[in-house]
Structure formats: C-alpha cells, structure tokens
Write a protein that binds this ligand. Sequence first.
Ligand code: SF4
Ligand code: SF4
Length: 403
Amino acid sequence: MSKLSDLTSQCIRCGFCLESCPTFLITGDESQSPRGRITLAREADQTKSWDESTHQALDTCLGCRACETACPSGVQYGKILELARSESQSKHGNPYQKTLINTISNHKLARLQFALGGLLPGKKPPSFISKLLSGQPAEANAPTLPELNPWPPIPVEELPPVIGEVYLLEGCVMRVLYPGVHEATRRLLRRVGFTVRESNAGCCGALQAHAGYLPEAESRAQALAAAMSDDLPVIINSAGCGSTIKEYGSLIGENLGHFAHRAHDATTFLADNGLTSLLETTSKLKNITVTYHEACHLVHGQKISQTPKDLLQSIPGITLAPLAEADLCCGSAGTYNVFQPAKARELLNRKWANIAQTQAQIVVTGNPGCQSWIEQANQESDRPIRVLHTLELLESTFSGLRI
Ligand code: SF4
Ligand code: SF4
C-alpha cells in the first residue's frame, strides 16, 4: 500500500469538512472540497493516472488545512495534498511556479526581485507575466522592499539578566519583506531573558513542500538543520514555516524529528517565558481596538489560536474585537494569490469585509503572506487601518507604535 493510499483510506467521506473549506464555500463544487480532492487523489493513485482535472482540483486548494481541524476522523489532509501534488506536478505542473518559488525562497534573489518590482510602472506585474503565471489578470501587487524604521535600543534598566540562547528562523521572504517583525521578535525575546544565536540558516522548505516539490523541500530542511546544529530552541514567527518545521520527520526530513521538537512558535515561547506578566504592567498603547486574523498554518497547521489572543488581551489599553470567520483563509496561501488570483481575490474581499465590520484600528496576524495580502486590501480601502504582525504589536506595547 502506498503512503498516499494509506492516508486517503482514512477518509470515510462523511462531509463534515465541507463547510470549513474556503474553496467549497465559494464554488459549491465537490471537486473543490476536501472530500472531493481526497477521492480524486485516491483514484489517481490507484490507477496511476494523474489527469488534468485532478491536477486542477489540487491546484485550486489553498492548503489551509481548515478541513483537518473539522475532520472527526483525523485525516491528515496536509500530507495527502503534498504527496498528491508531488505526483501531479511532474505531469501537469506550471514550470513558472517552481521557478518563482525557488527564486523567492532564496533571500538574496528575493531581495533583487522585489527591488526590481519596485521599478515597475503600476503596482501589479505586467499582464504578459500574469498570463504566463496564471492565465488570468494579476490581483496581487508586486512585492517591494520595505523602508527600514528601527526602534531605538531598549533602555538597559528594562532588560532582565540573560537566562538562555535561542535561534531565530529568519527564513527567506520574511527577512526581506518584514525585517521589522524579526526586530520585534528579538526585542521581545530579550525582554524575557533570551539572546539570539546568529546562524546562516535560510529557507525551511515550506513553500516547496506545500506546492509538492518534495525533493527541493528536503534539501532546504537538511541545510536548515545543519546551520542550526547546536541544541537550542528554534523560534519561528512565520506560521507556514513553523508548521512545516514542526512536521519534519514525516514527509520531509525523516532524520530531523529531534530538530522538529526544538521548533517553537514565537508567541507560545514568549508566553511560556513570562511575557504575559510583563505586558500586564506596561503599555504605551491607549484605547486601541484590535482584531486578530488567524493564520491558517498557525490555527490549523499548529493548533495555536488562544495564546496569541491571550497575549493581546493582556495588554492594558487594548480591546480585542472578535473577527467573523477569523480562521477562514484570506486567500494569500503561499503563492496562491499569484497562481489562482480570482479565487484569492474573492477570499480577500470577504476577509476585508469582516475586518472592516469590527471597526478595529489595527488588525494583526502571524504570517507574512496574510500580512501583505491583507495590507493590500487595506491600501485599496477607503477606511485604512494598521496591519501588523502580532509580534510587532506586542513590542509596540513597550516601545510605542512606529510612525
Ligand atoms: S476528510 Fe474527514 S471530514 Fe472530510 S469527508 Fe473525509 S473523513 Fe469526513
Ligand atoms: S486545505 Fe483548505 S482549501 Fe484545501 S481542501 Fe482543505 S479546507 Fe479546502
């Protein structure tokens, strides 16, 4: 029995997952539901025939894993998707997807690409590029390099004694587009007594794994573990990277089970090491309403939902406004908003309408893809608000919001 057939046979076709699935919600089409995709993958695996319609069904999946949370039978849909995509990509894969993912997962090439993106006339990639990538008009703006605006150093009297060292996953896209999130993470770690051991680690392989390029994901996983070989905690502030690294030892990185156990989401590590009590006593934020978008790979991939909200709620001066459909994917989903722009846009519009209804002044989330996609909706809105990473808002409690 193949691994894929083993995994797909766990599905009893009950359909409890259907209403949790964003692509089923917006299409009503069984082939765009978890149950439909699992059935197609099982049949293709049995007949060894990966046809175009099965590829399309897999390609339109966000990989958000909301279906895993909903499934009463514990079906590991994320693994099914990665294995099925690795089969179907080899026949029907879009060569530009692999090139794009391999480019942006190299931080030096990503920096160059985003710098060039800033020179383009207009915000979106030219239509001939978008035609090559998706066959549809582009929806996502070309990423551009951020302006650096660091906080002043933390006053010495605010720093506790150092009690330990950690690694911080700087990653690929995250370090280029959101250096301020890494800065906030380092400052928060230091506030609870940890310094960061520098490493030359790069991409963790998440983008490749989610798209089904498993050999490429494997080589990145091995390189990452080798670059962080000392037995220290590995702190991760990007939901997609965190869920991939925590799952090393199954589909990729068979020898990296111990490394996976060293991986910690930044918010849970900080909460476990006393950040909550620090937040309760200090706040430069006053009378601010915040709402929280649950990044899929945090809430569904890592089952982390309450801790970031508890941290936010412990800040004096902040009111946390509930967000309708908070755990429904925003449509960013790695490179989904590039390769499936129409569906990604529909989900973004739905997400933004829910955010606007909260009347919040700030929306926070724990993943760079969600942050930039929701920021785009914000820029397009006639009532713009602030879009921040959870860790940026937590550090702002001590250092103030950046102008
Ligand atoms: S994935 Fe789970 S919830 Fe969905 S049909 Fe299969 S068994 Fe039911
Ligand atoms: S991963 Fe998300 S989009 Fe894909 S089938 Fe599951 S719920 Fe639907």
